[in-house]
Design a protein around this ligand. Sequence first.
Ligand SMILES: [Zn+2]
Length: 292
Amino acid sequence: MPELPEVETIRRGLEPHLRGRTFTAFETGDLKVFQFDLLELCRLEGQTVTSLGRRGKYLLVVMKREILVIHLGMTGQLTLRDPGSADSSRFLRQETTGLQRIRQHAPDKHTHLQILLDDGRTLMFRDVRKFGKVHLLKNDGAAVAAFFAHMGMEPLDDSYQLQPFLKYLKNRKQRVKSLLLDQRFVAGVGNIYADEALFEASIHPATRVRYLRRYQKERLFEVIPVVLRKGIEFGGTSLRDYVNSDGESGSHQQNLQVYGREGQPCYHCGQPIQRIVISQRSSHYCPCCQTR
Ligand SMILES: [Zn+2]
C-alpha cells in the first residue's frame, strides 16, 4: 500500500508537469472509486492546476475553485502518459507492476480515471483492487478542514511536535503497532514504515502503549520522520504495485531493516527477523533488538 513516502514521491514527480496545465477532458472507468457525482467533472474542464499538495496518504490536485483528492488505497497508481512517446509493444510489460515502461503504458481495464491535459498528456489513475478513492472538494479552508478533520499530525511539518505526540500516547491501551497505523495519530504511516520506525526505536511492536517508557516515546517521535524521509529519498518502496508518476519502481525496498524480511538475519545482531500478526496486519521485528 502506498504510504506517505510513496505519495510524496508521486506528488513531487507530477507537480512540475501539472502546475499551470488546464484540464480539457475526462474519461472514467469503474464508478466505485468516485466519491462524488461524475456530472461534477464537467465543471473541472477548463480549470487550471495551481499546485499539488499532500495530507497523509492523500494527494491533492489543487485548482482555483476545486480540489481533487486522491487516495491510492492498496494498489493505486497515478502516472502521466505522453502519447508522443507511447509504444504499445506488449513486450515492455513490467512483471511486478503490470504497467508497461515509463510513458508508454496504455490505459487498460484497471484505469479508472484519465484526465486529458492541454499539452496532450494524460494523467491516469489505475487501481487493480479498487480500494482507491477520488474525492472532489471545494477549494475553501472550511471544506478542506472538514474533510481532514479526523487526520492526525503531519510528520514532516512544523506542526509535528513532541508535546501533542506524548499527550496522544497517554494511557492508551492498544499495542504500539496498532496505534502507529491509526491515521488519527500520525498521518501517512502505514505497515512498512511503522515496522521500520519501531525497529529504529528498538520497540517491540506488540508493546502496549501505556507501558512504553518516556525515552522510548521520545525515540519513536524522533525516528518516524527519519524513516519517512529516507523512503522519499529512495523514491518510495516498491514491493508489488507501487510506481512513481513515470511508471518506475522505487528503490527503498533494498534498505528495509525488518519489513518483509521474515527469517532473514537482522543486520544488527544476526537473529532471524520474525513476523507476527497484530490487528490483522503483519508485523516484522527483531526479537533481539526490539524489546517490550
Ligand atoms: Zn537484531
